[in-house]
Design a protein around this ligand. Structure first.
Ligand SMILES: [Zn+2]
Length: 315
């Protein structure tokens, strides 16, 4: 279903919560027995507090330790009760104490790996449940989109996208972003949203980002535009490629990497971009710029010969 809106929505996006590992985003509602990756503190279904996956694993781990300790104690007790003499009683008591101490020491040494083993086991056993939970999260995002609550919809899709890097989630995020008025103070992302094939929604979004924050246009993004240039030109016109080539003039490394692509659009760059290219080439005479250098110098002579801004480059 496509919702047609007359104007883009102005929204405030919350800051992204970062975790060291992807799994740390997982949380569980013990009441509904449901997993979620959304930022909400409370279960959207029943309102009870979510338990983070780490707390969950730790509690499972503690329970296991406790059960094992009880078993050891029981064996010691049996040994004491069954001891025929006082001497044997002492022996079994000492053996029991040594065993418990040894057990505690060994467990604390392997605590970290034990914890990760427990975590892996839980993730493996609950895989289907986790998938169902994320499916529910994405239904919630869909409801937000339909109700035109774009900021919460985007934040939900962003949380899901941090967990699953599928094209489907990426495109859904991008489609919401295309309905929002983008601003430079927003925590926008570009490279993580690059889909695996051509998608006009992504290109539309990327071109919008280019106007706001050129620094987000990384190597991978420029390479995407080069790879799908024909489709992009037919959907968005030649100007879009010229702006992308212009964004590659941002860094010396990018100029070297995409020199052929830049060379193609040399004549079409606005004066400030071309001036930037000239100053980078002239201040790095030791670098082998290939045919780009020659073509740049020629263009200076032909087009900007009388321009005072280019005086230093005219020989
Ligand atoms: Zn619940």
């Amino acid at each position: 279903m496509k919702v047609i809106r007359l104007a883009k929505q102005a929204v405030q996006l919350s800051k992204k919560k970062r975790t060291k590992y992807r799994f740390q985003k997982l949380k569980m509602c013990k009441k509904c027995n449901r997993y979620s990756v959304l930022g909400d503190e409370k279960c959207q279904n029943c309102g009870s507090d979510f338990i983070g996956i780490e707390t969950l694993v730790k509690s499972i781990f503690k329970n296991r330790l406790f059960t094992e300790a009880i078993w050891i104690l029981m064996f010691v007790c049996v040994g004491i009760l069954a001891a025929p003499t006082v001497k044997m009683l002492y022996y079994s008591l000492i053996a029991g104490v040594v065993f418990v101490i040894g057990y505690v020491i060994l467990t604390s040494i392997f605590m970290k790996s034990e914890y990760f083993m427990q975590l892996k086991k839980l993730l493996r056993i609950d895989l289907r449940k986790i998938a169902a939970g994320i499916q529910y999260d994405s239904e919630l995002a869909k409801e937000d989109v339909h109700a035109e609550r774009l900021a919460p919809a985007y934040e939900k899709l962003r949380d899901i996208g941090d967990f699953i890097a599928s094209d489907q989630v990426k495109i859904r995020r991008i489609m919401v972003l295309n309905e929002i008025v983008l601003r430079s103070d927003m925590e926008l992302e570009l490279e993580p949203l690059i889909p695996s094939s051509y998608d006009s929604n992504f290109v539309k979004y990327a071109l919008e980002v280019l106007k706001i924050n050129r620094t987000l246009f990384t190597k991978k993004c420029i390479a995407y535009f080069i790879k799908y240039r024909e489709a992009i030109v037919s959907d968005f016109g030649m100007d879009s490629l010229i702006s992308v080539a212009g964004s590659a003039l941002r860094m010396k490394l990018y100029i070297l990497e995409f020199s052929e692509f830049i060379e193609e659009f040399l004549e079409y760059f606005p004066k400030d971009r071309f001036l930037r290219l000239c100053s980078i080439i002239y201040s790095n005479p030791e670098v082998d710029w290939g045919s780009l250098e020659e073509k740049t110098k020629r263009l200076v002579m032909v087009k900007y010969h009388y321009d005072p801004d280019f005086k230093q480059f005219v020989s």
